[in-house]
Design a protein around this ligand. Structure first.
Ligand code: TXA
Ligand code: MG
Length: 310
């Protein structure tokens, strides 16, 4: 089933493939002209570095110059899985991948098809397979929506997690998280016995260290807003995403998650796209509870929704 796609990738073409987080837009990590196509296809600024996707411990050694002990423990515990780790890079890693930084981001994805693919092609760079500025794709059809009906997509239906991986910088201490995901700072700290900070988004320092954080991702056309109070009546032409509130009426555009944040994370980007298909004006989201912030999905949702709400 993968033969055609392996062939394309080996020939320097780009292909979208499923991971357990979101769909990635793959290109051969050793082929600069293939990687150029990734930036062009997405309309991605060239100062935003890419994650290299691998599928073995040996492949790590081809990219990372220094691997701290803590990182080895995290690999053991969380790879394959939704954790991206940033290391000091080897000199031979292509500059186009790292946007001139002295570090490289690595991830071993869990989806069986991504592993099978990388085993046959070798390491692949893969940003999320959306046009820059759009929500990340969690379905094959989202990729085709952005890149056209005939774009090569290894379509495996919905991705499992629905939000992008945790990005953890291990290239300098103290270790920092630039992007919260399904694996939390607490879980990481527990394994490495060190405190891990979560970088403040939208600061100059964070933007310099992880350029992707300065771009407003994830935004649908509809305006995303935090809901204030408990409205008696839902607006027409709006989508409501509620984790604990209940509205009096019920309709297809009032979605109640009843505390199931994992499901909310799983669906968020699809709901954003749905709102745009229906040409809705506003997406109202119930503010997440501070008391639930120990839940990694709540941290990740807070980060993505805040960005979308600008
Ligand atoms: O779940 C995911 O991580 C998905 C799937 C496809 O694996 N990929 C993904 O890639 O979300 P992308 O390119 O959309 O986001 C990568 C983030 C960007 O914010 C980028 O700036 C940051 O990782 N990044 C990559 N390399 C970096 C580096 N060397 N130093 C700091 N930040 C880096
Ligand atoms: Mg992205």
């Amino acid at each position: 089933m993968l033969d055609k796609y392996v062939e394309l990738l080996k020939n320097g073409e780009i292909v979208a493939f499923p991971t357990e987080t979101v769909y990635g837009l793959g290109a051969d990590a050793w082929n600069p002209s293939a990687i150029k196509k990734v930036f062009k296809q997405k309309g991605r600024p060239s100062d935003n570095p890419l994650i290299v996707h691998i599928c073995s411990a040996e492949m790590v050694e081809d990219f990372a110059r220094e691997i701290p002990d803590g990182a080895r423990k995290l690999m053991e515990r969380f790879w394959p899985g939704p954790l991206t780790m940033i290391f000091k890079k080897k000199p031979e890693v292509l500059d186009i991948i790292t946007a001139g930084l002295d570090s490289v981001a690595l991830r071993w994805p869990k989806h069986p098809l991504s592993q099978e693919l990388i085993a046959q092609t070798g390491p692949l760079v893969a940003p999320s397979a959306n046009s820059s500025g759009k929500p990340s794709p969690t379905k094959g059809e989202h990729v085709r929506e952005d890149f056209g009906e005939h774009f090569p997509v290894i379509d495996a239906g919905e991705t499992d997690i629905g939000l992008e991986s945790t990005v953890l910088d291990m290239s300098t201490e103290p270790y920092q998280i630039y992007r919260p995901g399904a694996i939390s700072a607490e879980e990481i700290s527990e394994i490495i016995h060190k405190k891990v900070a979560v970088a403040k988004p939208s600061t100059e320092d964070t933007a310099a260290k992880s350029p992707g954080t300065k771009y407003t991702h994830y935004s649908p056309h509809a305006t995303v807003k935090w809901l204030e109070g408990n409205p008696q009546k839902a607006q027409t032409n709006a989508l409501y995403l509620l984790h604990s509130l209940k509205l009096q009426q019920s309709n297809d555009n009032i979605i109640e998650y009843d505390g199931n944040y994992q499901q909310m994370a799983h669906e968020l980007y699809d709901r954003f796209r749905q709102a745009d298909h229906e040409k809705l004006d506003t997406i109202w989201i119930e503010p997440l509870e501070k008391k639930d912030l120990s839940n990694p999905y709540v941290q990740a949702l807070q980060n993505r929704i805040s960005k979308a709400a600008g």
